[in-house]
Design a protein around this ligand. Structure first.
Ligand code: HEM
Length: 338
């Protein structure tokens, strides 16, 4: 009897270890996973992020975006950080990832953590913690508080392990496109276990950062046979953007997502979307569904609900298809499989 119980238990444990988790109850992730194995892990991440952002306030945006691009391809497994090799083109080299940045900040964090607790903290967890810290730091200016652990926007779950596979093709097919409409976005998010509310609130990440012309210039000229300009974009705003982006191939001009406040994390993005001044077709798509439209107006009215819901949806996104337990590995260098 005891042998039967033990072997059933082992089977259940083996099945759990082999099944990637999509969303749900945290799927093996916990708040404070490194409490005993590397007690200073979160403090080390926070210090490196804070130093980087102090040096250059625009660093918070790419740190947030890296975690999103990681989670949407093979789950939050650090695969976005792996370098291409002679035989494999990795996610990093896929077109939508050409404008990713802040890899050096992740490397600096990993180096410090490896010195303190070798082989313990995964690169995927570093991405999740750094994203949380970047966004908390950017919202500090709004609340006027001094930044400390207590002013983190949300508690980040940890315990992810790193994947060993990274494919540019998978990045190209899984990442949302800035010209996607609401149906496509809904399907893409649903395929990651994320719902319309997650879509509406996570799009608010575009309160931070910049874009390059190729991501939106198609909206400004020869949009379709019937419309020279994307009809979902405010005409006066389109004229202003046209003066900034002289051509769709202009790779060097950067435009602030939210003019004048692109290093501050607040609900200003939703006001722009409501005024049809969102940077991307995908931002304006939020007005094409009753649920997402309702949330645009709610967050425009209440920054408090936006900041609260953003934390909840970041935790949801951080649970996508994670590797835990004995799956994957803890990479020694984030850009290289062990
Ligand atoms: C809903 C679908 C989304 C689409 C289609 C999309 C698309 C894009 C594009 C095209 C850019 C600009 C790239 C460039 O030209 O430089 C961008 C920037 C950015 N995205 Fe998204 N995004 C989406 C959702 C998200 C989510 C969920 C997050 C984070 C939770 C996020 C965070 C960011 C940030 C922070 C930037 C600015 C990056 C920087 O300044 O370096 N995005 N996004």
């Amino acid at each position: 009897m005891a042998v039967w119980v033990l072997s059933s238990l082992l089977l259940v444990m083996a099945a759990a270890a082999a099944t990637p988790v999509v969303n749900g109850d945290g799927g093996g992730l916990t708040v404070g996973f490194y409490r005993e194995s590397c007690p200073d892990a979160e403090a080390i991440v926070r210090k490196v992020v804070a130093d980087a952002v102090r040096n250059d306030p625009t660093t918070n945006a790419p740190l947030l975006r890296l975690h999103f691009h990681d989670c949407f391809v093979r789950g939050c497994d650090g695969s976005v950080l792996i370098n291409s090799t002679e035989t494999n083109t990795a996610e990093k080299d896929a077109k939508p990832n050409h404008t990713l940045d802040a890899f050096d900040v992740i490397d600096a964090i990993k180096e410090k953590l490896e010195r303190k607790c070798p082989g313990v903290v995964s690169c995927s967890d570093i991405l999740a913690i750094a994203a949380r810290d970047a966004v908390s730091l950017a919202s500090k200016a709004v609340t006027g508080r001094r930044w400390s652990k207590a002013s983190n926007m949300y508690e980040v779950e940890t315990g992810r392990r790193d994947g060993r596979v990274s494919s540019a093709k998978e990045a190209a097919t899984n990442l949302p496109d800035s010209f996607d409409g609401i149906r496509k976005l809904t399907t893409r998010f649903a395929s990651k276990g994320l719902d319309l509310k997650d879509l509406a609130v996570l799009s608010g990440a575009h309160a931070l950062g910049n874009t390059h012309c190729p991501s939106m210039a198609k909206r400004l000229r020869n949009f379709t046979a019937h419309h020279n300009t994307d009809p979902t974009l405010d005409a006066t705003y389109a004229a202003k953007l046209r003066r900034q982006c002289r051509s769709a191939g202009d790779n060097t001009t950067e435009l602030e997502m939210v003019p004048g406040s692109s290093t501050t994390f607040d609900a200003a993005y939703y006001r722009l979307v409501a005024e049809r001044k969102g940077m991307f077709h995908s931002d304006e798509a939020l007005l094409r569904n009753a649920v997402t439209r309702g949330l645009v107006y709610e967050y425009m009215r209440s920054e408090e609900s936006f900041l609260r819901d953003f934390g909840v949806s970041m935790v949801n996104m951080g649970r996508v298809e994670v590797l835990t337990g004995r799956q994957g590995e803890i990479r020694r260098t984030c850009a290289l499989v062990n």
